[in-house]
Design a protein. Sequence first.
Length: 97
Amino acid sequence: MKQIEVTILGQSYILACPDGGEQSLLAAVATVDTEMGSIRDAGKVKARERIAVLAALNLAYQLAERPTAAPAPVSGVDIDAMVKRIDGALQDDGLLL
């Protein structure tokens, strides 16, 4: 696990980051920094903690409002064979279907 130093709303943080996750983490930091900056710049909230809570709520709401993606169609998979394998594993506990 690697550590990355980032800045959010003018404050430095050292964050742990899994190998290969640097770009995703930096994108998340940029999103949080932008959201917190927008709230601060609106001028109604001054406390960093309150700005962070409002930013978290805004981002969580945006995420909840995103349409959910339909599951990708399964191709090349024998569903009947999978059900039989699961039924075999369940044995006396009952059949899956």
